[in-house]
Design a protein around this ligand. Structure first.
Ligand SMILES: [Zn+2]
Ligand SMILES: [Zn+2]
Length: 260
């Protein structure tokens, strides 16, 4: 069994046809999917999907690209949504100084405000951090103490950065990028990190793994990522599947399947 810990099933590529994508995921052993909110309306849609489909869980968050959507009522709405039964984390939230679509001070404020909510409601956090690890470590040093854990989704740092994230107690989530020939840093991280701290994700519809690169990504393709992780670590696919599933269940508070 595999879990896709980060997909955007509320996006138009999937939202009209979720049962079809769930069935394709089942066929390759992907039995749970966490669908990720990127602003309030996307979070609400994600929760709706989770309410209809047993195998889907949802998160509530405001992506750094959507930081300008945050106003005085957003945090109260987030708190209310986070109490819904199938919400397993807050996020994605964080800092994206790579695309830099919103002013950095606005991104920071949006991130910090959400961290307060995460501490208050005691849900783990899905972090989106790109080209902003030093700022991330600074924010966590001042505001990370009462968090209930978290995961750096689509981890894009090198091994020294990974080591610091692991020392802070966070999980690292491996996207399909690991299958790309030039992804040397991520491949090194996947080889060196302890298996009990890795998660798998697609970030569908983005970042499609080899051999489907160039097409729209979907949750079923997470098995290609799992295979690559197994190959890099020189262990069996079953070991990777069991380990990463256990990790995802313990981070997100899901029941660990008997097969793990
Ligand atoms: Zn992201
Ligand atoms: Zn995402």
């Amino acid at each position: 069994m595999l879990i896709d810990t980060h997909a955007h099933l509320d996006f138009p590529q999937f939202s009209e046809n979720v049962p079809y994508f769930l069935q394709r995921a089942h066929q390759v052993g992907v039995h749970r999917i966490i669908t990720i909110g990127t602003d309030l309306s996307s979070s609400a849609k994600s929760i709706q999907l989770a309410e209809v489909h047993e195998e889907i869980h949802a998160t509530v968050g405001v992506h750094p690209h959507d930081a300008l959507s945050m106003d005085s009522s957003t945090l109260d709405h987030m708190k209310a949504l986070s109490g819904k039964p199938k919400v397993v984390a807050l996020g994605e939230m964080g800092l994206d100084f790579f695309r830099d679509r919103r002013p950095r001070p606005v991104q920071k404020e949006c991130f910090k405000a959400q961290l307060e909510v995460a501490s208050a409601v005691q849900l783990p956090v899905v972090f989106h951090i790109r080209d902003a690890f030093q700022e991330f470590f600074d924010v966590i040093a001042s505001q990370g103490k009462s968090l209930k854990g978290g995961v750096l989704h689509c981890f894009s740092g090198d091994w020294p950065v990974a080591r610091r994230c692991l020392d802070l107690g966070f999980y690292l989530s491996v996207p399909g990028v690991v299958t790309y020939p030039k992804a040397h840093d991520l491949q090194e991280v996947v080889r060196k990190a302890p298996l009990d701290r890795l998660l798998l994700e697609t970030d569908a519809p983005y970042l499609t793994p080899v051999p489907h690169r160039g097409k729209v990504n979907e949750p079923s393709y997470v098995h290609h990522t799992a295979q690559k992780v197994a190959q890099l670590r020189k262990v069996s696919l079953e070991e990777v599947a069991r380990g990463t599933t256990r990790n995802a269940c313990s981070l997100f508070g899901l029941e660990i399947p008997s097969s793990c």
